[in-house]
Design a protein around this ligand. Structure first.
Ligand code: PMP
Ligand code: GLN
Length: 421
């Protein structure tokens, strides 16, 4: 099986079965076999682990620490701005690249936080979430057979976007507990067909924040191979302790070879808005725009000025976001340890990966299927994000972007786990 159709999702319940065609024999020899409705390259992707676990949590009434979404709204200023835009008549198609006010705010944000010089007219594209930004970029840049390097465990939409493009996913494996980057593995992943290196820092699901040396190594190999770095930085403002988020585009020589992706969903706690963006050199942005205009044409009009308001919020908002989440991280990390899990303390994102082996659960998939019924908490198995599920059989991901009382309740419930096994 080519790597482009790797089974990154759907291991909790087998999927795609309904799509398998019946044979001519079942109809009598005169009727030809029916073709499955879904194209082959998408058959491994018929459901996502996040939807499956959220459905399980809803069915069982469990506290949902599986899918990563906050249980509080974002800042009032942006909610008010969205309401004002809707009531103020901004309800028709915005311009294809995005509303000027948002493109300008994105450019200013990149200058303010990272010192990057971005032209809002030619170097920014507003998208339907980071998901569309990544899909449009991969579809725009990759010919069938081109290779895309990813870092396993990998966010699920990457494999599907690569498969849609007919490209081939090549994987560098990050391993528990520190999820360090192995230089030899990285070098071995590059070939003459490498077109894109798809970085994600801070990294979901591990919470790893790639350090400057790691990113410089990735960047220099990308330059050597004339590959484009596509960097998903949606958790750029969720970084803890002394960790520093280093945008790939700030590294020497890489601005001209990098597409940077981010999204309002994480920073402003509005995951349902699906407003994202990308920026990079004009030629790469134009390529992504060509694809985006036939995926969604444009993205949610009245939400764009509201996201611009958010990007302009003061430093206290951004500092408060990180410090508030760091306290929640500590609460959940302590609770998981007390419950008997081994924990890899995340330095970014709002996820923590824990190992359930010490609790007697060798199979994280099975644990996540049973956890709601055992203690009333839902989590996501990490093995589904690896091409090789054996790389992390007993790892489980918990989200901590929840109210403190919810996390306390979850921790209390998890403390009962050891007595049940
Ligand atoms: N990339 C990563 C690493 C994510 O965790 C997510 C989930 N929000 C996305 C992309 C998708 O972002 P959006 O909802 O803006 O499409
Ligand atoms: N990014 C979210 C997570 O990792 C989920 C988004 C989704 O459900 N596709 O949990």
């Amino acid at each position: 099986m080519p790597q482009s159709v790797s089974t990154t999702t759907c291991r909790v319940s087998p999927c795609g079965r309904a799509a398998i065609g019946r044979s001519a024999r079942e109809y009598g020899e005169l009727v030809p076999a029916r073709r499955p409705a879904l194209v082959e390259r998408m058959r491994p992707f018929t459901s996502t682990i996040f939807a499956e676990i959220t459905a399980l949590a809803t069915r069982t009434g469990a506290i949902n620490l599986g899918q990563g979404f906050p249980d509080t709204d974002g800042p009032a200023a942006i909610l008010d701005a969205a309401g004002a835009a809707i009531h103020g008549g901004l309800n028709q198609y915005p311009p294809g690249p995005g509303m000027p006010v948002l493109r300008e705010a994105i450019a200013q944000h990149q200058r303010r936080f990272y010192g990057l010089d971005v032209d809002p007219d030619t170097e920014v594209l507003v998208t339907a979430g980071a998901t569309e930004a990544i899909a449009a970029t991969i579809l725009a840049l990759c010919e069938p057979g081109d290779e895309v390097i990813t870092f396993d465990p990998v966010y699920d939409s990457y494999a599907a976007s690569i498969a849609l493009a007919g490209a081939v996913k090549r994987t560098v494996t990050l391993r528990w507990p520190d999820f360090g980057l192995d230089e030899a593995d990285l070098r071995a992943a590059f070939t003459a067909r490498t077109r894109v290196v798809l970085v994600n820092t801070p990294h979901n699901p591990t919470g790893k924040v790639f350090d400057r040396a790691e990113l410089e190594l990735i960047g220099s190999l990308a330059l050597d191979h004339d590959a484009v770095v596509v960097t998903d930085e949606v958790y750029e403002h969720q970084v803890y302790d002394d960790a520093v988020h280093v945008p790939v585009a700030t590294l020497t020589g890489l601005a001209d070879q990098t597409v940077t992706v981010s999204s309002a969903g994480k920073t402003f706690s509005v995951t349902g808005w699906k407003v994202g963006w990308l920026h990079g050199p004009a030629e790469l942005v134009a390529a992504a725009r060509a694809v985006k205009q036939f995926l969604t044409f444009v993205s949610a009009g009245p939400l764009q000025p509201a996201v611009a308001t958010g990007l302009g919020l003061g430093d206290d908002f951004y500092a408060g976001l990180a410090s508030g989440l760091q306290a929640k991280r500590d609460l959940l990390v302590d609770g998981l340890r007390a419950a008997g899990f081994a924990v890899s303390v995340p330095r970014g994102t709002y996820f923590v990966v824990a190992d359930a082996a010490r609790l007697g659960f060798a199979d994280g998939v099975e644990l996540c299927q049973r956890l709601p019924e055992l203690v009333g908490v839902a989590a996501v198995p990490v093995s589904v994000f690896y091409d090789d599920p054996k790389a992390a059989p007993s790892l489980v991901r918990f989200a901590f972007c929840k109210r403190e009382e919810v996390l306390h309740d979850a921790v209390e419930r998890l403390s009962r786990l050891s007595s049940l096994v």
